[in-house]
Design a protein around this ligand. Structure first.
Ligand SMILES: Cc1ncc(COP(=O)(O)O)c(C=O)c1O
Length: 402
């Protein structure tokens, strides 16, 4: 059988192999600054054993059963309360649905809204999984540049004013993947105003929002403009990605369509995971656990930041996240992070090259460094090793051009 010839047009769309590489984990023997994987120390294992055992024993008819595509009613009720508590605005019942995580929500919205050739705006750079999903639905992707305050909303406004009409604008407002940047309050309002005026949907991904180092947060785009924003939330980073669970909050008609689309994917998010999150949340464990999760990542960033300051050669610069798991490091223009990877593996350090996070050929001299998994001493060592690799490449490039 020639399976390649049998593939659908959608499956033949070329996708970057980088996401599969990230999910497979760093090469053996390296200090890995690759995945946006939560640190396992943040998993509440003992509590989860107790909760799962109780649910399976006492309510198998719910926890082990199929559920409505919109989610289990009590879970949806809990999510309404949690969204209100964390975002200061409560969705109507019809404005909230349960998903099997943030990535599924990206797929559901793509299925629901995108025809081949439709325009989609993303930040440049943006989450690789989202680029791949939109590309699979044959959308035309346009990147809008960023600075340390997030997406350049003026640039977007100019494009929209000139008649450009995307189906949606995908934004990760907090501790963005891969840049670590946060969209400023002023730009949040400007983005909502602009998109509302032009009738364009904002697709807000709040995957890292609750991981601020200091515990502070800005209003979500959805809370500012519930009429023009669909929000994808996930419990992967504050609970665990082993339970694939998230939510969609937005205009009721759209949320209803997502539930219809879900009937063609997994039909419903796993009931056991839904109930585990609800039980954990209702008992107040998010509030109890989040401060130590935040301080763990803050401590990790402090260690990495210090080591980058100490070791990185002249000509390198990096973003200064105030939460989350990532910084984006830029090397001198002449260097290429993909080409440097074998030398980095040899030196025992791993990162994710920046180029796949762009929808253009930009970002060749950038790399994403995740500080979630390694401890402080390992991060210091990883930065030192990486700096050595970059320094050697700078010297080599210099010797060739002189
Ligand atoms: C920005 C962003 N959105 C969504 C996801 C996927 O989250 P989930 O595990 O909920 O599918 C990730 C995962 O790394 C992410 O970085």
């Amino acid at each position: 059988m020639n399976w390649g010839e049998m593939l659908s047009r959608r499956a033949r769309v070329e996708v970057d192999g980088e996401l599969a590489t990230i999910l497979a984990g760093p090469p053996p023997g390296t200090l890995g600054m690759t995945g946006g994987f939560p640190n396992p120390a943040t998993f509440a294992t003992e509590l989860l054993v107790e909760i799962a055992q109780r649910l399976v024993r006492d309510e198998p008819g719910i926890a082990l059963q199929y559920t409505a595509s919109e989610g289990i009613p009590s879970v949806r009720e809990y999510l309404l309360e949690r969204v209100e508590a964390t975002q200061g605005r409560r969705p109507e019942r019809a404005e909230l649905g349960v998903t099997s995580g943030g990535m599924e929500c990206i797929d559901l919205i793509s299925r629901t809204l995108l025809d081949p050739g439709d325009a989609v705006v993303v930040e440049a750079p943006t989450y690789l999984g989202a680029i791949m999903a939109f590309a699979r639905y044959q959308a035309e992707l346009t990147g809008i540049g960023m600075d340390e305050h997030g997406m350049d909303v003026d640039q977007l406004e100019e494009r929209l004013e000139s008649g450009f009409k995307p189906k949606l604008v995908y934004v990760i407002p907090e501790y963005q993947n891969p840049s670590g940047r946060t969209l400023s309050l002023e730009r949040r309002h400007a983005l909502v105003d602009t998109c509302r005026r032009h009738g364009v949907l904002i697709f807000e991904d709040v995957a890292y929002r609750e991981l601020s180092f200091g515990g502070d947060s800005l209003p979500t785009l959805w809370s500012i403009g519930p009429d023009v924003v669909l929000q994808a939330g996930t419990f992967s980073k504050v609970f665990c990605p082993g339970v694939r669970l998230g939510w969609a909050a937005g205009p009721a008609e759209l949320v209803a369509q997502l539930a219809v689309a879900k009937q063609n994917t997994d039909q419903c998010a796993g009931a056991l995971g839904q109930r585990m999150v609800e039980e954990y949340g209702r008992a107040g464990h998010f509030e109890r656990a989040l401060p130590s999760t935040r301080s763990l990542y803050a401590t990790h960033w402090a260690a990495l930041s210090k080591a980058l300051d100490e070791h990185m050669p002249h000509g390198c610069a990096w973003s200064e996240p105030t939460g989350g798991m990532f910084t984006l490091l830029r090397m001198p223009e002449s260097l290429d992070a993909i080409a440097l990877r074998p030398a980095a593996t040899e030196a025992g350090v791993a990162y994710v090259p920046g180029r796949p996070f762009y929808v253009t050929d930009d970002g060749a001299n950038e790399m994403r460094l995740s500080f979630s998994a390694l401890d402080e001493a390992q991060l210091a060592e990883a930065a030192k090793r990486l700096a050595g690799v970059i320094e050697a490449a700078v010297d080599f490039a210099g010797s060739r051009s002189s």
